[in-house]
Ligand binder design. Structure first.
Ligand code: 5GP
Length: 170
């Protein structure tokens, strides 16, 4: 079993998520329906803690996507679990664990925009900005991190370590 070092403590995560929830409440104060989408599986812990702290009414949904990168870096996403609600004319907030190259979120945003929502924004727990190859940035982010492979708080290594209460690295 690999030794995991603590990278971001759970108290710090909690603090940042509280700040983020307040910001979201404020930014969508005068908006209509807000659909908050959890991207399975990595975002589950972040999503649950964030949505419990958002005070306004939201509609919740879950999607599961996987991304594949071809030899010439032409990526596309495979939708394993699709939307269960109609997002036409609604504000949409995607909640994802981490943005790395940005390919997954670029493709996902394009897919959601094809359904004519009012807006699509992105909230991530972690941003590896140094790895970005796509012209995309999250609208909300808890922590910008260096190029480390992180696990815990929903993030896995080979489906393990998701249940660590902190973010660690191997
Ligand atoms: P992107 O399409 O932005 O390159 O990749 C995003 C996906 O890569 C994330 O949803 C996540 O599944 C995976 N990923 C990227 N970096 C890490 C990491 O440090 N740890 C884990 N567990 N997954 C990562």
């Amino acid at each position: 079993m690999e030794k995991i070092k603590v990278y971001i403590e759970k108290e710090k995560i909690d603090e940042k998520i509280s700040e983020l929830a307040k910001k979201i409440d404020n930014d969508y104060k005068s908006s209509g329906d807000l659909v908050v989408i959890c991207i399975l599986k990595g975002a589950v812990y972040f999503y649950c803690d964030l949505t419990k702290k958002i005070k306004r009414n939201i509609t919740e949904d879950f999607m599961k996507v996987s991304s594949y990168v071809g030899k010439e870096s032409t990526g596309f996403i495979n939708i394993n679990v699709d939307l269960g609600v109609d997002i036409e004319n609604k504000d949409v907030l995607i909640v994802e664990d981490i943005i790395d190259t940005g390919l997954t979120l670029t493709r996902l945003k394009d897919y959601l925009n094809s359904k004519n929502p009012n807006s699509v924004k992105i909230a991530v727990l972690l941003d590896k900005k140094c790895k970005r190859t796509q012209n995309i940035d999250p609208d909300y982010c808890c922590f910008e991190i260096e190029d480390k492979f992180v696990v815990g708080y929903g993030l896995d290594y080979d489906e393990k370590y998701r249940n660590l209460p902190y973010i660690g690295y191997i």
